[in-house]
Structures are given as C-alpha cells and as structure tokens.
Design a protein around this ligand. Structure first.
Ligand SMILES: [Zn+2]
Length: 269
C-alpha cells in the first residue's frame, strides 16, 4: 500500500514542540494530569502535524472556548455542588479528542477529500457543544427536563436538557462549524458541523438519561458519575452499566458528531 507523502520534517518537529509546550502549560496550571498532558500532546501533534495550521486552530478553538466557559460562573456551580474540574487524565483527554485525532490521520490518508475534515470538526463540535450546554445550561434559571420523558430534573442531572443549554450547544457547535469555511467547504459544511455538534451533545444527554452508570453516595445521598464521593466514600451503582462511564459516553458523543457531520455534508453539498 502506498501512503501519501508526509508533511515535511520541519513542520512535524515544530508541531511536536508546540503540542508539548501547550500540553506542558496545561499540566503546569493543573488542568491536566501527567498522563493527560501526554495524551493531549499526542492529540495536538496529530491535529497540527497532519492537519496543519487549520487543524491546530480548530483544536485551540475547542480548547480555549470550552476552558473559558468552564471557569465562567464557577462560584455559582460550586454552590450547586458541581463536581467537574480537577486534573483531566489521559482517558478523559482521549475520550474527547481521540476521534478528532483519528480524523486527522484519515485526512492525511485521503488528501483532497472533504469528509475527514468534516469528521474532525464534527467530533470537536460535539465535545464543544456538550461543554457549552453543560456550562451555560447549569446557569439557567428553571429546571431542566430529562431528554427521555421530559420530566423535570435537578440542575446538573445527567440526561437533563433545557432550552438555554440546547441553544448553547448549537453555538458551541457553530464555533467549530465556522472552521469549515477555512477548508473551502461551503455553508453546507458549516451547517453540517454545527448540527453534528448538536447531535453529539443530544447523544450525550440520551446516554446520560438511560444506560450511563449513575452511582449514589451513601453519605450525602446524591447521584453522581463518580466511584467515590464525600471524602473518598465508595458510591453504590444506582442505574446504568458500569462500562458506560463518562469517558465511554464522550467517545460515543464525539463519534456521533463526526458521523452526522460527514453524512450531512455529503447530503447538503
Ligand atoms: Zn456524598
């Protein structure tokens, strides 16, 4: 099998150094664990090395806007008992960025074709849409509703959606969708990536409401996705399957974003 020529060596070395520098900085400010920083450097290297400046820009758009939103309104989320944050490990990084990294490899293997770029943007759009929906949805007044039966649920519940959260998911998807323009995809590409992001975010909610593992803390009685709560107290499985943890849900959500984006882009353009 003949592979297309690799990007030139200077570019690959520069991509590796830049990816390590960004991942190292994220490690230094305790946004990533050591394994998380190594995984992020690998994802960054593949997107920048094989996707060029365009791939690096798409990844940075996701990274910067989702990190900024996670900090926005942090006090209020702390008051609501939100559990996100802390150092991201390799599993979390690859669950969000793995499909995009694979898409970058597909871009290299299929030069001159649109679909791997649509997959890359769709995967990042899904991860971004989900973060934006969670962060902005949690600040909205009023109770969200479960995506399955539309019953009201406490703010922050897995599988709960709201109008502000859904609009935020669209905006988060559109942020990556705009990058389709810079890949000479038409407005169809922008729409496809944006809706791919929304679809990924809804897949995340649907899994969160159905088969995602939910645990109950025996101390405070709260439902959580974590295996320990309240000073490392082990939690008890309340519903769902242990194998469908948060990382598995993120893989499925980003894959959904990639597939929907590719499919719509083919249909619309
Ligand atoms: Zn607890």
């Amino acid at each position: 099998m003949n592979f297309p020529p690799l990007p030139d060596r200077e570019h690959l070395v520069f991509a590796a150094v830049a990816a390590l520098a960004v991942a190292g900085t994220a490690r230094a400010v305790k946004a990533l664990s050591i394994s998380g920083a190594l995984a992020a450097a690998l994802v960054g290297f593949l997107l920048f090395g094989l996707g060029g400046g365009w791939g690096a820009a798409a990844l940075l758009l996701f990274f910067i806007t989702s990190s900024a939103l996670s900090r926005f309104g942090k006090k209020r989320k702390d008051a609501l008992g939100y559990e996100k944050g802390g150092e991201r490990d390799a599993g979390q990084v690859l669950a969000n960025g793995g499909i995009a990294a694979l898409s970058a490899i597909l871009m290299y293997l299929n030069p001159g074709e649109d679909w791997p770029a649509a997959a890359l943007l769709g995967a990042l759009a899904a991860a971004n849409a989900d973060t934006w929906a969670t962060e902005i949805g949690s600040l909205a007044k009023g109770s969200p509703r479960l995506i399955t039966n539309f019953r009201k649920a406490p703010t922050g519940s897995s599988g709960a959606i709201s109008l502000p959260g859904t609009l935020a998911a669209l905006a988060g998807g559109l942020t990556l969708g705009i990058m389709a323009f810079y890949r000479d995809m038409s407005i169809a590409g922008v729409i496809s990536v944006t809706l791919g992001g929304l679809a990924g975010s809804l897949a995340d909610s649907l899994l969160g409401a159905t088969i995602q593992a939910q645990y109950r803390c025996p101390v405070c009685g709260k439902l959580t996705e974590r295996l320990t709560h309240c000073e490392e107290e082990p939690t008890v499985l309340s519903r769902g399957f242990p194998v469908i943890n948060n990382d598995a849900v993120n893989v499925i959500a980003t894959l959904t974003g990639a597939i929907v984006s590719v499919f719509l882009n083919r249909l619309l353009s």
